[in-house]
Design a protein around this ligand. Structure first.
Ligand code: NAD
Length: 307
């Protein structure tokens, strides 16, 4: 049997930074599957300079020409209220928010200026927060919402010359995991993706033949699945996605060392147990939540003095 063709009729999808790259691919997809789409884009440069209406307008035209429903919004994501208002004013609701807008200010840490740091935090972290905060009351009231945050491998693993971007992207993981916990009882499901795709952000760092294999369209199916009403339980998750590959990732902790917590717990005593602390080849466990400190404290009381 052919897989079900997911549709979004009657739903409103807001995509930030939808004037190009990944955001455009999402917007065009949702527009082709019955959704009302708000195509937000500030229309500036990849470094966050300038603004313009052309990028959003062109995507709206493409969706409408294909028979879909879309409106443009040209606000900075920092103005999340106005972006969500565009959805409410035009379509009366918002069902899906894809926080996707982004810029780069790559520079070695030695040469980083406050402006490079602050602008990255603003666009990625505060922008996502402002849009989510404006959408949240609507999601709660209608007991339905799907939210995507866009992180990056740079945030999960670190990346030379991207301390600002990496910090912002990992912030979005924590933001989204907490949102997922607050949203779940209202059927608001929130997930994070770390995509890879050929776009103006990656055009200068990857060879052309690789970029062609990493079409933004190859990230769309994951976002489509996570944002569909048939997704009833996938929330608070992190996915790496791109070029046809999709994988969920999770934290992992080592076996860990448990030492008696009294005056015998010295740096030297800890050093003797360092393998238990740091060695992942030993018995370990995936960490879907914080360590069970209550249980560990109880066990620690029963230990003999540290050597
Ligand atoms: P892109 O530059 O093609 O798209 C980003 C869009 O966001 C642009 O159209 C831009 O005009 C818009 N934008 C920037 N600042 C904005 C603001 N303040 N308000 C509204 N719109 C704004 O790049 P892309 O590669 O499609 O990136 C999309 C997202 O994916 C970004 O968050 C990026 O960090 C993330 N990402 C991309 C890759 C990749 O391989 N392309 C990898 C990891 C993460």
């Amino acid at each position: 049997m052919a897989p079900e063709k997911l549709r979004y009729d009657g739903q409103t999808v807001v995509v930030t930074g939808a004037g190009g790259g990944l955001g455009k691919a999402y917007a065009v997809f949702f527009g082709s599957r019955g959704a009302n789409v708000v195509v937000n884009d500030l229309g500036g440069s990849a470094k966050g300079e300038g603004s313009g209406k052309n990028m959003a307008d062109e995507v709206v035209k493409q969706i409408r020409d294909a028979g879909g429903k879309a409106v443009a919004n040209y606000d900075d994501v920092m103005n999340g209220e106005a972006i969500i208002k565009t959805a409410i004013d035009n379509f009366g609701r918002i069902d899906v928010l894809i926080n996707n807008a982004g810029i780069l200010r790559d520079i070695s840490f030695k040469n980083m200026k406050d402006q490079d740091w602050d602008l990255i935090m603003k666009v990625h972290v505060q922008g996502a927060y402002r849009c989510a905060r404006a959408a949240w009351p609507h999601f709660r009231k209608q007991k339905y919402g799907r939210l995507i945050s866009t992180a990056s491998a740079a945030g999960l693993y670190g990346s030379f010359g991207q301390t600002n971007y990496s910090a912002a992207k990992l912030a979005l993981v924590g933001f989204t995991e907490s949102l997922a916990k607050e949203g779940v009882k209202y059927n608001i499901l929130c997930n994070t993706i770390a995509p890879i795709a050929g776009s103006r952000l990656t055009a200068t760092v990857m060879p052309q033949e690789v970029l062609e294999l990493l079409r933004p369209e190859f990230v769309v199916p994951l976002v489509a699945v996570l944002c569909h009403s048939s997704n009833e339980d996938e929330t608070g998750s992190i996915f790496e996605v791109g070029g046809g590959y999709v994988a969920k990732i999770r934290w992992e902790r080592t076996q860990g060392a448990l030492l008696r917590a009294d005056e015998s717990f010295t740096p030297g005593a800890l050093l003797q147990k360092w393998k238990d602390v740091a060695d992942f080849s030993r018995e370990n466990q995936h960490a879907s939540g914080p360590a069970d400190f209550a249980g560990l404290l109880e066990d620690a009381q029963k230990l003999p003095n540290n050597p």
